[in-house]
Write a protein of this length. Structure first.
Lengths: 262, 301, 293
């Protein structure tokens, strides 16, 4: 499984895991579970459209994801999850199914975009993924403190001039970019697990942000590596290992926390 | 005129057996979905619909391994999970939070595995599509009478329990004070919701079934204040969306790419979405006409 | 310590509600301790006590939603069954979404037949009855609005109408004033008193502040530390009586016609509970004292 053609996969998957875990940390912190479900579905539609048009997947994905994320996120700002957002998400999924139905590889394509694909990244995209990831990391590092403050104490942040709207937009963009990278690898339906599972597990074990984020990244990397290796050996879908693996970490973390009174 | 009609209804539409089955199934499922959807929104249990749908994915994927149709997988999951969820005491306002999401993620992962087995073990391709995006044109055998029976059963239950269900949805205390057995009622409703989500999954697939449950209901709620009327409107909207969806999907065989046909579920969901957006215009106008504008409403609450 | 009860209202079959030594223990605490009192037809009674004093528990027991550990409850002379017939209930608040499809008149109509199975056939008689109730609680102008969009006070009116449309003999209200501003609270108290008098309904209204009820109350049941004292305001809301309930010095102050209950005493050790047992419970002016020790 360490053959040359797999190198891209290992690299991409690792990058994806790191970014997903970091963004996922803030998803858990901000209680944005609904948005974290919705955005990958928008990415699904984008990927479907892009594969149809033949555009390099990531470009099409990126545009659709960011647009969809901002739309969904802004509509969810009122607090109550309107029927609008749920219907938009459903519409995106339907649109994705439509695009894929026009291609010749309908069933396999749907499957890999929803449940992940070991060989989901082409050589061209590795570079782009790396650049995107770097950009995410830079933005995260630069805005870490305002982001943390706004996520934990929004009113205090506002009082100090940190506009919660701008933080929302920032967060949604990061989420969209993470989705853009992750959906081809782990699938739209399982991205939530990868994004939220490791950070939730980490938070169950420690409340301090730095250790939690580090642990989340480590868990995500391990999950993804095991998933790739296992998927390569058994041919079973990557999404299965990601979904079950994330849940397993979460369970272990919760049990440990209870047992050791962490 | 005949030329126009022929353009709208491609030849063979009214004679086609699968089309008949699709129209009938679509109608009964839309009716029960609308009625149950209104109550789901009333009881703020939309999240339960999503959970039921995801678990239905597991049921549907598993059913194929045993060589039985997806409906039975959906239904078993719906009844079992619906009952379990109620017994586990799912809270009324529990949002789709992290723990539930992670558990459901594992369920979806497991479904992915089962679907993989389905596609490799049998020669049936398109299992993924059938389970996730529906199979309205593939209704055959016992599925049609079974679906109709379940839908009629569900509608019968709702008619019988209409008043106590309405009262207990508004205030469990008020209902309990009148001797209504609210725990039993809640359990029956959850199971009914499980059955409804299963039926909806047959038409538009598990991923989109929550939209069929909530979409027409949410639209109906903007158009009327009466409970009965809301259920009727939701059912009617769902039926129209489904029938138009069937028609457009049939016609789309002649649209590019020719010979393929666009997915029914796409049409149904898009029409439901469009109906909701369209109702927004009327809703805002109507709200301005009465003494309560949307802003006053928020403040009053 | 058991005390003999010395009720103001005579025990008799005409009592709409009669509690006899009702006790219940919850979460390690004796929430109600041998509570006894009776309400006669048409009486407006305030159930006063601070938060956590057991008011809601008592109401739920009377409604049949919870079983007491000991004691009996009689509604209209008959022991309580699973469903208390002839009892109307107004909860403190209901949780309902603003867009929920239920008009005010729909909720009121459910007060007639909300527990019946099967479809409801349209009935002119029912429509007329609902209109009457809407008029009685002055809610006609928002009869067709969604319940979820009504203000707190408007919702209370609808809930009162819902409770009274079945012509109960007893109306239970759980802290209706808790979430209302002063003016709305006053309106609700006056409205309830008026409608209850029109329909000869006995009212048991729980509150933590006695003052809004002073104009309309016939009797008060004061609940503290699980123990209850029942009588008129002048009889019950006195430093000695309340100190006896709390087993702690309590002073009752009257300012401007309002009542203020504060901890701490202007009462000396000589006038604490031992002196107010029923055996020598006559006051200097001959008024009997009704107290549970």
């Amino acid at each position: 499984m360490f053959a040359p053609f797999m190198t891209d996969t290992w690299i991409t998957a690792s990058i994806v895991a790191v970014i997903a875990a970091l963004v996922g940390f803030f998803v858990v912190l901000r209680g944005a579970a609904f948005t974290a479900h919705a955005v990958p579905n928008a990415a699904f539609a984008g990927a479907a459209g892009a594969s149809l048009v033949g555009v390099s997947s990531l470009a099409g994905l990126g545009v659709f994801s960011v647009g969809g994320a901002l739309l969904i996120g802004l509509l969810s700002r009122k607090g109550r999850h309107d029927a609008v957002t749920a219907l938009i998400v459903a519409f995106m999924l339907g649109l994705g199914a439509l695009f894929l139905s026009w291609s010749t590889e309908y069933a396999p394509e749907i499957y890999s975009l929803l449940f992940g694909e070991v060989l989901g990244i082409s050589a061209n995209d590795v570079g782009l993924t790396a650049i995107l990831a770097l950009a995410c990391l830079v933005v995260l590092a630069a805005s870490y403190r305002p982001l943390m403050l706004s996520s934990t104490l929004p009113e205090v942040a506002e009082a100090r001039g940190i506009s919660s709207l701008r933080i929302d937009l920032l967060f949604l963009t990061l989420l969209a970019l993470a989705a853009t990278m992750a959906v081809p690898v782990v699938g739209a339906l399982l991205m939530f697990s990868l994004m939220v599972g490791p950070p939730a597990a980490a938070r169950a074990v420690t409340k301090h942000p730095a250790p939690a984020m580090t642990l989340a990244v480590v868990l995500a990397l391990v999950t993804v590596w095991i998933a790739i290796a296992a998927s390569y050996q058994t041919n079973w879908p990557i999404g299965f290992f990601v979904g079950v693996g994330s849940a397993a970490w979460y369970l272990v973390a919760r049990v440990s926390a209870a047992l050791f009174h962490l | 005129m005949p030329g126009f009609l022929q353009a709208v209804f491609e030849p063979g539409f009214f004679a086609s057996g699968p089309v008949h089955a699709a129209l009938l199934t679509g109608a009964v499922v839309a009716l029960i979905s609308g009625a149950v959807g209104v109550f789901t929104v009333l009881r703020s249990q939309s999240f339960a619909g999503h959970s039921l749908a995801d678990l239905g994915t597991l049921g549907g994927s598993g059913a194929f391994l045993f060589g039985i149709g997806p409906l039975w997988g959906f239904i078993s999951a719906g009844i079992a999970v619906g009952g379990a969820m109620d017994l586990a005491g799912s809270e009324r306002r529990s949002a789709r939070d992290v723990s539930t999401g992670i558990v459901l993620g594992a369920v979806l992962g497991l479904s992915a595995l089962l679907l993989y087995f389905d596609t490799t073990s049998s020669s049936t391709t398109g299992v993924t599509i059938t389970v996730l995006f529906g199979s309205l044109f593939a209704i055959s055998g016992y599925t049609l009478p079974a679906t109709v029976s379940f839908a009629v059963l569900g509608l019968g239950l709702l008619t019988l329990l209409y008043r106590p269900l309405l009262l207990s949805s508004v205030s469990p205390d008020l209902a309990a004070a009148r001797g209504v057995r609210i725990r039993l009622l809640g359990l029956i409703f959850m199971i009914t919701m499980g059955i409804t989500v299963a039926l909806a999954s047959l038409i538009v697939g598990t991923i989109l079934s929550p939209a069929l449950l909530i979409g027409p209901a949410a639209t109906a709620l903007r158009l009327t204040r009466r409970p009965m009327a809301a259920m009727a409107i939701a059912g009617a909207l769902g039926t129209v969306a489904t029938w138009l969806g069937v028609l457009l999907a049939y016609d789309s065989y002649h649209w590019p790419p020719v010979g393929n046909g666009w997915p029914v579920s796409f049409f149904v969901i898009t029409l439901i979405f469009a109906a909701y957006l369209g109702s927004g215009v009327r809703f805002r106008r109507a709200a301005q006409a009465t003494r309560r504008t949307p802003h006053e409403v928020i403040e009053a609450v | 310590m058991t005390g003999t009860s010395n009720e103001i209202a005579p025990r008799g079959p005409e009592n709409v509600l009669a509690l006899d030594e009702v006790s219940i223990r919850l979460g390690g605490r004796q929430v109600l301790d041998q509570v006894s009192f009776a309400l006669a037809a048409g009486e407006f009674t305030g159930l006063i006590g601070s938060n956590g004093a057991g008011k809601t528990t008592l109401l739920r027991i009377v409604m049949g939603l919870r079983a007491a550990d000991a004691g009996t409850v009689r509604v209209g002379g008959k022991p309580l069954t699973r469903r208390a017939r002839g009892v109307g209930y107004v909860p403190q608040k209901i949780q309902i979404e603003p867009d929920a499809p239920l008009r005010a008149r729909d909720l009121i109509a459910l007060g007639l037949d909300g527990e019946k199975l099967g479809p409801r056939l349209p009935s002119r008689q029912r429509r007329a009855t609902v209109e009457q109730m809407l008029d009685a609680v002055d809610a006609t102008r928002f009869a067709d609005e969604r319940v979820g969009t009504l203000s707190g006070g408007e919702q209370q009116r609808i809930l009162i109408a819902h409770a009274l449309i079945g012509r109960p003999r007893l109306l239970l209200m759980d802290e209706p004033l808790a979430n209302l501003d002063l003016r709305s609270g006053q309106e609700i108290v006056e409205l309830t008193s008026r409608v209850a008098r029109d329909q000869s309904v006995a009212v048991l209204l729980s509150a933590h502040d006695i003052n809004p009820l002073l104009p309309v109350m016939d009797k008060v049941v004061y609940l503290a530390e699980g123990r209850a004292a029942c009588g008129t305001t002048d009889q019950v809301v006195r430093s000695e009586v309340l100190s006896g309930l709390y087993r702690h010095p309590v002073s009752v102050l009257r300012v401007d016609g309002r009542i203020l209950v504060v901890a701490g005493s202007t009462v000396t050790a000589d006038t604490l509970p031992a002196d107010t047992s029923p055996a020598n419970g006559e006051r200097a002016n001959g008024e009997p004292l009704a107290v549970q020790a």
